[in-house]
Structures are given as structure tokens and as C-alpha cells.
Design a binder for this molecule. Structure first.
Ligand code: XLS
Ligand code: NI
Ligand code: NI
Length: 437
């Protein structure tokens, strides 16, 4: 097999003192964290679309990331060659998983039937490479936004034929995901949203989206696919009002449409910040409702108002993510997928390695910091104590539902005034977190 990254051999763990930029300083797959191997806990995944299809083009400029192995065409031959490139890259990186949209790996043909045939051909090669390398599919999804037919949306299109086309495409994508042993299947909104209510029947669109997800689940069951379905929140882009705005909007959609227990969430950092939340908020909101399924790890730029999908390098961010992820004992069957791309100025193939190594090390380091904080119970003890008035007396009665408004009034009339409040100690806690970094 020809080597597409001849200057890189397998990336190894060398420890924090190493000066080798092609080595892990913190990500040590076999190291135990809270009783799990780091590799099994973090379940890192490479995103096919950014890493093997990213061109660096933007609304103002042409592609800058010209790869020697890629002729830029949508030929099947080119797509098959990219599979070799991808598996060489992921193997050398040592990430256990990858993720794709159908159209990242497999070009669209002149008809649905032809597209499906091409997809089968590519899937056979993906399967062969998975078996050869041991790399697994974290999740599959369908691209229901690039082709012009999806201009009004896919499941929420005003055109019933487009709904049908999207259904056919997702049916196939679930089947291929199943065939490749994919552990999850993702629904990100794509163009499921709207620009203007003057031309939009929001009720009908939301009902159609729910119908679509139930149909997908019915089909998955019928073929024996037991992977977890995931809904990925994003507030805007491409449409102004995305129906999957944030974790709260997605949870409401899931509950309102009887999708509980069927669909969990795939939380992405840059989407959280676009929604005006921190990533930690979104993760915790999902976790407390048993709906934190997986994460798309990246970061945005707070000075830019769009989805910049940068690699995560901020240790505060990864520590905060891992505090929540460790609290639920990991993400399995989900994982940490780098939905992130190198900047269009980072034009060398080796930049793809630097980017992923940085992201994996940032998460490994955040994991160690979060685990150390958890071992000392620093935040937990404080939070527990902060709410201790609910652990006895009137607090217990409020929580167990045995106190009515009238009871609470009687209690307070007798007592006269509430017990004094205590300091929230935010600054002290921030200092403590800094001590662990
Ligand atoms: C786009 C989304 C997308 C999903 C998969 O902003 O992050 O890449 O993760 O469709
Ligand atoms: Ni994403
Ligand atoms: Ni995104």
C-alpha cells in the first residue's frame, strides 16, 4: 500500500516532557482513569468530512488545501482512494473511531439507485479497511443539506417528494451504518429550520420532522440496528431558526413527540456557544436527563458569529467537559468526535496530525485534571453543602412533596424570617479549579 503520510509514523505517547510534536504528551491510551482505560473512556473519532473532504474554501476564496492524493473530482475512483488515505491517517493517529455523512465517503450518482450502488461499493471498501485496521465506526449520518433539492429542508421541506427522497437516503445510510457496525446514528438538522414565517407552516414542519425520526427508528428496528440515535443541537446556520436550537429545544421536541428512550443528544461545543450557552451547560443539561449521548468536540471563536469548527485546545474547556462526562461514567456508546477542521492557511497534510494530536492531548489533560478534582471532591462537597438545607426539616418536605403552599406559609409565619444566606464563594472555587490546572 502506498503511503500518503510518509513523514509520519504511528503517533505514540511520550509524556509531558517530550519535545516531539508528533507524539502525545497526555493521551496515553492504556492509562487508567477512574477505572477505565483512557482509550475506552474517551473513544476519539475522526470526522471524515472535515479531515478528508475539507478544502479550505470559504465564501471569499477557492480551496487552499490541495492534497496530492485527491484529484478534486467526485469520481468513484477518487472516493475509493480517499478511503486508503483516511485509514492510513486514522491508524497512524491511533484514534479508535471515525464518523461520516453518506456523501463524504460516497459521491452522488445520476439517480438514487446509482448513488446507492456507489455507496455499496465504497461501504465494502470501508468494511475491508475497518477489518484490516480495527478502526470502528462511531456514527453514520446522511447529508441532507448540500444538494439543491434540500433547499427548503429535508424532513421539514414543503415538498413531499423531498421528504420521500430524504427518507430513502436515511434508510440507506442507516443500513450502511449497520453493516459497518456503527454504534450510533446522528440527526443534525441540516436545513431543518426556516428563514421566514411568512412562508412557513412551523407546526407542520415540526410534525414532519418527528414523523421522519419515528420512521427512521421503525426501519432501524426492522433491520436489527441497535445503535443509539442522536439529535445534534445547533441554533442557526444554515437557517436562521434551526428546530434543534439547543439541548433544551431538542429535549422538548423529543418529549413532545414520544421519542424519549429512542433519541439522545450529540452536543457540539461551537453550537453550544452559538446558542449563547457554555459547552458545560449543554452537557450538564443533557446529562441530568439521561440524554447525553456523544459529543462533537471543537471550539468556536467568540469574536466570530459562525461555526468555525476549530480544534479544541483550551484546557479549561476540556476540563469542564470531562467533569460532566466523568460524572456519567463516560459516553459509551457515544464518544468524542472531532467535528473540527484545520484553518485554510494550514495547508500541509501534517497539519491534520498536529490538529488531532492537540485535540486529543487537550482532552486527555482535561480528563486528568477533572479526575483529580473529583478524587478530592472539591466542587462536589461544596455543592452538596450548598443545598444541605434541603436534606432535612422543611427542605425534605419540599422535595418529597409533603409540604403544600399552606404548610410553607404556616412554617414561615411561625419562623418569621428565612435563615441567613451563605456566600456562593465563586471566586474561591475558581481559584481552586486553577490550582488543579
Ligand atoms: C454542522 C454539524 C454537522 C454534524 C453532522 O454544523 O456539526 O457536521 O455534526 O451532520
Ligand atoms: Ni457536528
Ligand atoms: Ni458544527
Amino acid at each position: 500500500m502506498s503511503e500518503y503520510f510518509p513523514e509520519v509514523s504511528k503517533i505514540e505517547y511520550e509524556g509531558p516532557e517530550s519535545k516531539n510534536q508528533l507524539a502525545y504528551k497526555y493521551y496515553n491510551p492504556d492509562e487508567q482513569i477512574e477505572g477505565q482505560r483512557m482509550e475506552d473512556l474517551l473513544r476519539f473519532s475522526v470526522a471524515y468530512w472535515h479531515t478528508f473532504r475539507g478544502t479550505g474554501s470559504d465564501p471569499f476564496g477557492a480551496p487552499t488545501l490541495l492534497r496530492s492524493w485527491d484529484d478534486g473530482s467526485d469520481s468513484v475512483e477518487n472516493a475509493l482512494k480517499r478511503v486508503d488515505v483516511a485509514f492510513e491517517f486514522i491508524s497512524k493517529l491511533g484514534a479508535p473511531y471515525y464518523c461520516f455523512h453518506d456523501r463524504d465517503v460516497s459521491p452522488e450518482g445520476n439517480s438514487l439507485a446509482e448513488s446507492n450502488d456507489i455507496f455499496d461499493k465504497i461501504a465494502a471498501k470501508l468494511k475491508e479497511k475497518q477489518d484490516e485496521t480495527g478502526i470502528k465506526l462511531l456514527w453514520g449520518t446522511a447529508n441532507l443539506f448540500s444538494n439543491p433539492r434540500f433547499m427548503h429542508g429535508a424532513a421539514t421541506s414543503c415538498n413531499a417528494d423531498v421528504f420521500a427522497y430524504a427518507a430513502a437516503q436515511v434508510k440507506k445510510a442507516i443500513e450502511v451504518t449497520h453493516q459497518l457496525g456503527g454504534e450510533n446514528y446522528v440527526f443534525w438538522g441540516g436545513r431543518e429550520g426556516y428563514m421566514n414565517l411568512y412562508n412557513t407552516d412551523m407546526k407542520r414542519e415540526l410534525d414532519h420532522l418527528a414523523r421522519f425520526m419515528h420512521l427512521a427508528h421503525d426501519h432501524a428496528k426492522s433491520i436489527g440496528f441497535e445503535g443509539q440515535f442522536l439529535f445534534e443541537p445547533k441554533p442557526k446556520e444554515p437557517t436562521k431558526h434551526q428546530y434543534d436550537f439547543d439541548a433544551a429545544a431538542c429535549m422538548n421536541f423529543i418529549r413532545a413527540n414520544n421519542l424519549e428512550g429512542i433519541v439522545k443528544l450529540n452536543i457540539e461545543t461551537n453550537h453550544a456557544t452559538l446558542a449563547g450557552h457554555t459547552m458545560m451547560h449543554e452537557l450538564e443539561y443533557a446529562r441530568i436527563q439521561d440524554s447525553l449521548g456523544s459529543i462533537d468536540a471543537n471550539t468556536g471563536d467568540l469574536l466570530l458569529g459562525w461555526d468555525t469548527d476549530q480544534f479544541p485546545t483550551d484546557i479549561y474547556l476540556t476540563t469542564q467537559c470531562m467533569l460532566v462526562i466523568l460524572e456519567q461514567g463516560g459516553l459509551t456508546p457515544g464518544g468524542i468526535n472531532f467535528d473540527a477542521k484545520v484553518r485554510r492557511e494550514s495547508i500541509d497534510p501534517i497539519d491534520l496530525f498536529h490538529a488531532h494530536i492537540g485535540g486529543m492531548d487537550a482532552f486527555a489533560r482535561g480528563t486528568k485534571i477533572a479526575a483529580a478534582m473529583r478524587a478530592d471532591n472539591v466542587l462536589k462537597d461544596f455543592v452538596k453543602e450548598r443545598y444541605s438545607s434541603f436534606d432535612s426539616g422543611i427542605g425534605t418536605k419540599i422535595e418529597n412533596g409533603s409540604a403544600s403552599f399552606a404548610d410553607l406559609e404556616t412554617y414561615m409565619l411561625e419562623k418569621g424570617e428565612a435563615d441567613a444566606n451563605k456566600s456562593g464563594r465563586q471566586e474561591m472555587l475558581e481559584n481552586i479549579v486553577n490550582q488543579y490546572l
